[in-house]
Ligand binder design. Structure first.
Ligand code: ADP
Ligand code: MG
Length: 554
């Protein structure tokens, strides 16, 4: 007996949106269903390492696609892990993570972008309803007896019932809507499958109907070899772009990439991409990050955050190791010697790719920095081993740069004023506030350049960066900034004493009025136009950091 169940409210909303807003890029449903089939075979391959009985004698993983023209049905069939009844209810009736809400928030109205988002947010299955007015899922989990059938028209509810299914895995039957006949055509399907599955390591087979002499049968549409395992010279740029698109769901081509085969002590292939744009969840605590990990071509896990530190979380790609055990788990990864080595080498690789970009392609590097500059800065705190390399990549606005131009610390040091010993910086909310700061007056007067730091992470970063090239980084708002040495006039010291004597009364009065609220009141050489300003004692928290902590609810 079939049981009827309601979709979760969010799923209803999502379905409505998909059905009524994806007009021009409908074919993405096929990409999503093939990608699910591929995930399902990856999962089984992995579980079967521990429990070979799950294979039920069939280890030839594949996806098959078949058309039943008269019935207007398109069928996508895999021999992957399948789903139990409970899994069907959880996966195809609710949205386990916060995916939907985020997906809905991220929608831009641009269909091309929005259709890429479907995959990113883990709502791919529901895209079937873009082209189908009824979807039937027949599935049996590997190793279990009982199959399950799920049927829905994509409106408010679905039915679920037990079913007999001889083969393990999942079969999805789409009954196409009126007007979607193109997805019944062999050439059209072939084209779409080719486009989205060329680099899957799983064969995708399309059924060719019988025609005269031809009895029909299944043709494999994709090459099915892992691109990263091929020699670099044989891989075209477009192929690298295609794989990047599959990995990242980013419609734009990557900024650059690095493909390497490491041999010797440790054997692995790595393909690391630097995206051109930040993903929507760059600042999410639980954003997907890291690389896909394979062991001897077998997919092990997504999102292997152990492979790269958090400050390189924007990197996408694949690591394929020959040295790890196939049954490697997340726990094992935490402290595996091989992983530590691959990680260290991958960090170096990424930093050197970025270093080359900085040296040879200023334009691309600026694009990289616009997108990921603030993230890279976290590395100054997070990765002391590579700090120098990271610092070389940093670029800053200053009191002398214009527009979006930025300079490196090296540039800064090279053009320091005569007699200047320290590197000066000011942290602020944004460039406009920074440039208007009264603290800069004395520096401008003496022709001293000041770094203007406006990223949220800057405060933490400079704390971890006490000096560069033997020069101390000093905040212009701190009490120990001594510009005295930079005053050319030898009588300046005498002058200072004279001014102090002159203003003794004023200082005492101000101190009396402000009382406990300030630590001290002094005559200063900081200002040339504003009458007074607040400074911070040398060991105190800066005001900007204070504000940040207050915002963060500390
Ligand atoms: P995602 O793939 O990002 O998790 P989807 O909406 O595409 O999101 O799929 C939801 C879930 O449904 C999957 O995570 C998986 O557990 C399950 N699922 C979908 N298709 C299959 C399939 N062919 N075989 C096994 N499980 C599947
Ligand atoms: Mg999916």
């Amino acid at each position: 007996m079939a049981e009827t169940r309601e979709f979760q409210a969010e799923v209803k909303q999502l379905l409505h949106l998909m059905i009524h807003s994806m007009y021009s890029n409908k074919e993405v449903f096929l990409r999503e269903l093939i990608s699910n089939a591929s995930d399902a075979t990856d999962k089984l391959r992995f579980e079967a390492l521990k429990d070979p009985a799950l294979l039920e004698g069939d280890a030839e993983y594949k996806v098959e696609i078949e058309v039943r023209k008269d019935a207007r049905e398109l069928i996508i069939r895999d021999n992957g892990i399948g789903m139990s009844e409970q899994e069907v209810i959880e996966n195809l009736g609710t949205i386990a993570n916060s995916g939907t809400r985020k997906y809905l928030e991220a929608l831009s109205g641009d269909e091309k972008k929005d259709s890429q988002l479907i995959g990113q947010f883990g709502v791919g299955f529901y895209s079937s309803f873009i082209v189908a007015d009824q979807v039937t899922v027949n599935t049996r989990r590997a190793g279990q007896e009982q199959g399950v059938r799920w049927v829905s028209a994509g409106e408010g509810d679905y039915t679920i019932e037990p079913v007999d299914k001889a083969t393990r895995g999942t079969e999805i039957v789409l009954h196409l809507r009126d007007g979607e006949d193109e997805f019944l055509e062999h050439t059209r399907l072939r084209h779409v499958i080719h486009k989205y599955s060329e680099h899957l390591s799983l064969p995708v087979r399309l059924h060719r109907p019988a025609d005269g002499e031809d009895e029909g049968g299944y043709d494999t549409v994709n090459q099915g070899t892992a691109l990263w395992a091929r020699p670099k010279a044989d891989v075209k740029d477009e192929e690298y772009h295609d794989l990047y698109r599959q990995l990242s769901y980013d419609p734009e081509p990557p900024l650059t990439w690095s493909h390497n085969k490491v041999e010797g002590n440790l054997e692995y292939s790595s393909l690391l991409y630097i995206p051109a744009k930040p993903p929507f969840d760059l600042w999410d605590r639980d954003s997907r990050r890291g690389l896909k990990l394979y062991v001897q071509r077998v997919f092990i896990m997504d999102d292997a955050e152990k492979l790269l530190p958090s400050y390189l979380r924007f990197v996408r790609g694949v690591i394929d190791s020959n040295d790890l055990p196939l049954n490697v788990s997340r726990e094992l990864l935490q402290s595996h010697r091989v992983i530590d080595k691959i990680r260290a080498a991958s960090i170096k690789r990424v930093l050197s790719v970025l270093g080359d970009l900085a040296k040879n392609d200023a334009d691309k590097f600026a694009r990289f920095y616009d997108a990921f500059g603030p993230v890279i800065k976290e590395g100054v705190v997070e990765d002391p081993d590579n700090r120098d390399k990271i610092i070389d990549l940093l670029r800053f606005h200053t009191t002398r740069t214009e527009g979006q131009a930025r300079i490196s610390l090296r540039d800064y040091v090279e053009r320091m004023a005569k007699g200047q010993e320290d590197i000066y910086y000011l942290t602020a909310e944004n460039l406009t506030t920074a440039k208007a700061s009264p603290h800069l007056e004395a520096f401008a007067k003496r022709d001293i350049e000041v770094l203007l730091l406006t990223d949220r992470v800057d405060e933490w970063m400079v704390n971890a960066l006490p000096e560069f090239d033997g020069k101390t980084l000093k905040s212009v708002v701190r009490g120990d900034v001594d510009l005295g040495k930079l005053i050319e006039d030898p009588q300046a010291e005498g002058e200072k004493a004279r001014v102090e004597a002159l203003y003794k009364d004023v200082i005492e009065r101000v101190q009396g009025v402000l009382g406990e609220r300030v630590e001290s009141v002094r005559v200063s050489q900081r200002l040339t136009e504003s009458p007074s300003c607040l400074v911070v004692a040398d060991n105190a928290m800066s005001r900007h950091l204070e504000q940040l902590l207050r915002q963060a609810g500390e």
